[in-house]
Ligand binder design. Structure first.
Ligand code: ADP
Ligand code: MG
Length: 454
C-alpha cells in the first residue's frame, strides 16, 4: 500500500499533462489511462532505489541512536550512504578517543589527589563524604565514603566551620588536635568547591598535618625555656652573693672568700653552658655539609685522655687506650671528633665509680651492622666503657635530647650542662656516623660511636 501511494505520488506530475491531452482530444480515455499507468510503472526504477535508501537511512539513524555503531554488513547500497557511514564511524572514533582521554585525565587527577600529603574530603549537600583521598582514608579509615561527616570528624570547631560554609558563609582555618599516640596536629580549611556537578554545593575539607612543624615549634620553645632557666640559676646565685658581700658580709673576710669561690664556680658553669650552646648552634649550622679531612683516631684518644687526666686523677680513675696500629683514619673534622671523645670520656669520669677503670677502644669494622650506608673501607668504632650505676633502660633513648638528664641535680653538681650528648649526636650525624648506647644498671655503660673510614 505504501509503495503504491509512493508510485502514485511519483507519477503525479504526468497526470495534468495527460489530462490536457485527453481533453483536447489527442488521446482516447483508455490511451490516457494506459499512458499514465506506464508512467507509474516505468518511473519506478528511477525513484525506487531512492526511496529504499531513505528507508534504510532512517533505520540506520535509529540504530545509531540506540547505541554504538558497528560497521556490519553493508547497511546502505548507495555510495553516498557508505560515505556517511564512514563519517559517522570517524566521529564515533573521535568521541571514543575523547572519552578515553577524559578517563585518563580523571584517573591521573585522582592519583595526584591520592598522592597529596593533605587529607582531602569532598562533602555533598547532604553532609556525607562523597570523596576521600589517600591521606584522608589513611586518617579516617578506608570506608569513609558515604559516611556522614559528623561521624568521622568529631571536632566541634571544624564541624561548626563546615556548617557555616554549607550555609553560604566563610570559615577561617581551624586548628585540630587529634588525640592518640603520638598526638597529631592539623590545620583544617573548609571551602566551597566551584561548579558542583550534583547541583548542591560540594564542600572541600582539607586537613594539613602540622605535627612535625608543631613539634619543632615546641622543641624550640622548650629549648629557649631550658636554656634561660639554666642561665638564670647561676646568675641568681651570683647576684645574691654580690648583695650579701655588699651588705651583711661586708667585713667578714672568711665568708667573702667562700662566697667568691662559689661565684667563680657559678661563673664557670655559665661559661661552660654558653660554650656548649655555641658549639651546638655551630654544629647545627654545618650539619648538612659533609666534613672533609682525615682524622687519626688513636692520636685523638691519647690527646683527650691527657686533657682529662686531672679529672681522672681526682677520682682515682684510670683510662686505658686500645687501638690497633693499622687502624684506618676516619673521615671528618678533627676538632669535632675530639669533642665527641671528650664529651663521652668526660661523662664516664663524671658518672663512673671512683677508682674504676674507663676503657677507650677503637677498632676497624669492615661491614658495620648499624646505621645506613657505609663506604667501601668500612668504619671505625670508637667505644667508651665505664663502670657505674648504669642508666635505666627508659632513659637511654632520650639521653641525646638537649638538657635531658637522668639526675639533673647530680649532673649540675658535677659541672654538667645537659648538652654533652646532644652535641655528640649532632656531630655524629654530620659525619654520617652512628651512636649506640648500652648500659646495664649496677654494672656500667658503653657509648659506641661508629664513623666512616677515610
Ligand atoms: N657514662 C655515663 N654513665 C651514666 N650516665 C650517663 C653517662 N653519660 C651520660 N649519662 C647521663 O646522660 C645525661 C646526659 O648527658 P650529657 O648530655 O653529657 O649531659 P651532662 O653530662 O652535662 O649532664 C647525664 O646527665 C647522665 O644522666
Ligand atoms: Mg656530659
Amino acid at each position: 500500500m505504501r509503495w503504491f501511494r509512493l508510485a502514485l505520488f511519483a507519477a503525479l506530475p504526468a497526470a495534468p499533462v495527460l489530462s490536457v491531452l485527453a481533453w483536447r482530444g489527442h488521446l482516447e480515455v483508455y490511451e490516457t489511462v494506459l499512458a499514465w499507468t506506464a508512467v507509474v510503472g516505468l518511473g519506478a526504477p528511477l525513484w525506487l532505489p531512492f526511496a529504499v535508501n531513505v528507508r534504510r537511512l532512517a533505520r540506520f539513524a535509529g540504530r545509531l541512536a540506540e547505541g554504538p555503531f558497528e560497521p556490519g554488513p553493508r547497511l546502505l547500497p548507495a555510495p553516498a550512504a557508505t560515505d556517511l557511514a564512514g563519517a559517522v564511524q570517524r566521529v564515533q572514533r573521535a568521541l571514543e578517543e575523547r572519552d578515553r582521554r577524559a578517563d585518563d585525565l580523571k584517573a591521573e587527577a585522582l592519583r595526584l589527589l591520592d598522592a597529596l600529603p593533605d587529607a582531602l574530603l569532598v562533602l555533598g549537600r547532604d553532609g556525607r563524604i562523597a570523596r576521600a583521598n589517600g591521606a584522608a582514608r589513611a586518617l579516617f579509615g578506608e570506608s569513609v565514603r558515604g559516611s556522614p561527616v559528623a561521624t568521622v570528624i568529631r571536632h566541634p570547631a571544624l564541624l561548626d566551620a563546615i556548617d557555616t560554609v554549607m550555609a553560604g558563609g566563610a570559615a577561617g582555618p581551624v586548628e585540630v588536635d587529634e588525640p592518640g599516640q603520638p598526638k597529631r596536629h592539623f590545620e583544617a580549611s573548609v571551602d566551597v568547591l566551584p561548579a558542583a556537578s550534583n547541583g548542591g554545593p560540594a564542600i572541600l575539607v582539607a586537613l594539613r598535618d602540622r605535627t612535625a612543624a608543631k613539634r619543632v615549634e615546641q622543641m624550640r620553645a622548650d629549648f629557649v625555656a631550658n636554656a634561660s632557666h639554666e642561665i638564670r640559676s647561676p646568675l641568681a646565685t651570683i647576684v645574691g652573693f654580690i648583695e650579701t658581700l655588699r651588705g651583711p658580709a661586708r667585713d667578714d673576710g672568711e665568708a667573702r672568700e667562700r662566697f667568691l669561690g662559689i661565684m667563680a664556680e657559678q661563673g664557670t658553669r655559665m661559661t661552660r653552658l654558653v660554650e656548649d650552646l655555641l658549639s651546638l648552634s655551630r654544629i647545627e649550622m654545618n650539619e648538612h655539609t659533609v666534613p672533609g679531612g682525615h682524622v687519626a683516631v688513636a692520636a685523638v684518644l691519647a690527646r683527650v685522655r691527657d686533657a682529662l687526666a686531672a679529672e681522672a686523677a681526682a677520682k682515682g680513675m684510670s683510662v686505658t687506650i686500645e687501638a690497633p696500629s693499622d687502624l684506618p683514619s676516619v673521615r671528618g673534622e678533627e676538632p669535632e671528633i675530639e669533642q665527641v671523645v671528650h664529651n663521652l670520656l668526660g661523662n664516664s669520669l663524671k658518672y663512673g665509680h671512683s677508682g674504676s677503670p674507663v676503657a677507650l677502644t677503637a677498632r676497624h669494622v669492615a661491614r658495620p651492622s648499624v646505621g645506613g650506608r657505609w663506604p667501601a673501607g668500612g668504619a671505625v668504632a670508637i667505644a667508651v666503657a665505664d663502670r657505674s650505676d648504669g642508666i635505666a633502660r627508659e632513659h637511654i633513648p632520650r639521653l641525646t635530647e638537649r638538657f635531658y638528664r637522668v639526675d639533673a641535680a647530680r649532673s649540675r653538681r658535677l659541672g654538667g650542662t645537659g648538652l654533652g650528648l646532644a652535641i655528640v649526636k649532632h656531630i655524629v650525624n654530620r659525619h654520617r656516623g652512628h651512636l649506640a648506647i648500652e648500659s646495664t644498671v649496677g654494672v656500667g655503660s658503653t657509648f659506641t660511636v661508629t664513623l666512616p673510614a677515610a
